[in-house]
Ligand binder design. Structure first.
Ligand code: T3D
Length: 287
């Protein structure tokens, strides 16, 4: 990714989340490469705050999320003290008589993953994910929650949950069935096998698989393109497409009419139509 005009707003290079801005694009980089950017509660918290800040900053018109190092994100950090069960690490296997003392994983979801997934899905600007390597468990589903997902050819997606006795979370059950249909969602979720990025594109799980060397520049170009577009219309398109899955055809038509009715009074539509009719480039401002 080009670093030209990039303003780092997080000084510490060893912070688990790096934040920078390139033009109107806020770039968030998961930065725990030694653990394949696995989510700790600290990283999850920082990510949510960073998304909140981007949402409230009127100068931000798109968000780009990626990972440092060879992975995008290996999902929940299984060694995080907030969820790691207490067990005898030397025994090698779980002794049925001395069951590990488990912690309530649901609490972690309630306090961290659910607010994060809702925040991501309700961003007032478009979101782009550049999946630069393996995306596993919640890392895969966080990526898939973004509006446009690009992946490098060596990246892959793994619904790792079944391998450790869990169900897909971070929106996985909702996203997978909608993106690839039940049969493929079941295959991914039950077997927990690695799906290479090229197959993910062929399946319709992601928008594009690109050469590794071009991933960051392509993702940035996509985010910059979105940042110049009519933001409100893009965000309401997300809303309408998501809602359509649960609507009757007539109700989808009515939702489109309601959104169009609002957008028709907004600056961006007036500007877009005027620019077209006067054969000039539009300058969109609404957010
Ligand atoms: O409590 C809950 O679990 C609730 C929340 C659930 C949400 C979830 O996301 S559940 C799913 C959690 N994730 C996983 O189960 C994936 C675990 N990781 C892997 O299966 C593999 O690491 C990968 C397939 C992602 C990549 O494999 P590979 O061979 O490229 O790398 P590696 O050698 O396995 O990992 C490299 C290092 O990253 C290694 O550390 P080390 O030995 O070099 O010090 C490994 O332990 C660490 N690492 C990878 N994933 C995690 C992790 N450390 C902590 N947590 C991880 N999830």
């Amino acid at each position: 990714m080009s670093t030209a005009n990039t303003t780092p707003s997080t000084a510490a290079e060893d912070s688990p989340l790096l934040i920078s801005t390139e033009g109107a694009v806020r770039v968030l980089t998961l930065n725990r490469p030694q653990a394949l950017n696995a989510f700790t509660t600290g990283l999850l918290g920082q990510l949510r705050v960073a998304l909140d800040e981007a949402a409230h900053d009127e100068t931000v018109r798109a968000v780009l999320i990626t990972g440092a190092g060879r992975a995008f994100c290996a999902g929940q950090d299984l060694s995080d003290p907030h969820i790691k069960p207490e067990f005898d690490e030397h025994a090698g296997e779980v002794d049925a008589h001395k069951k590990p003392k488990a912690k309530d994983i649901g609490n972690l979801l309630d306090h961290y993953y659910i607010p994060l997934a809702l925040r991501l899905r309700s961003m007032p600007v478009p979101t782009v994910c550049a999946v630069n390597g393996v995306a596993a468990g919640a890392g895969a589903n966080f990526a898939l929650g973004c509006d446009l997902v690009l992946a490098g050819q060596s990246a892959s997606f793994i619904q790792a949950f079944s391998k450790i006795g869990l169900v897909p979370d971070c929106g996985g059950t909702w996203l997978l069935t909608r993106l690839v249909g039940r049969a493929r969602a079941m295959q991914l979720a039950l077997l927990g096998d690695k799906l290479p990025a090229a197959d993910a594109q062929a399946w319709g799980l992601i928008a594009r698989c690109v050469a590794d060397a071009e991933l960051q520049s392509e993702a940035m170009a996509t985010a910059q393109k979105l940042a110049k577009m009519p933001t409100k219309a893009l965000v309401q398109t997300r809303e309408a497409l998501d809602a359509s899955m649960d609507l009757e055809f007539e109700d989808a038509l009515k939702l489109e009419a309601r959104l169009q009715s609002q957008l028709g009074y907004a600056h961006d539509y007036l500007e877009g139509a005027a620019a077209f009719l006067t054969k000039r480039q539009p300058t969109f401002k609404d957010r």
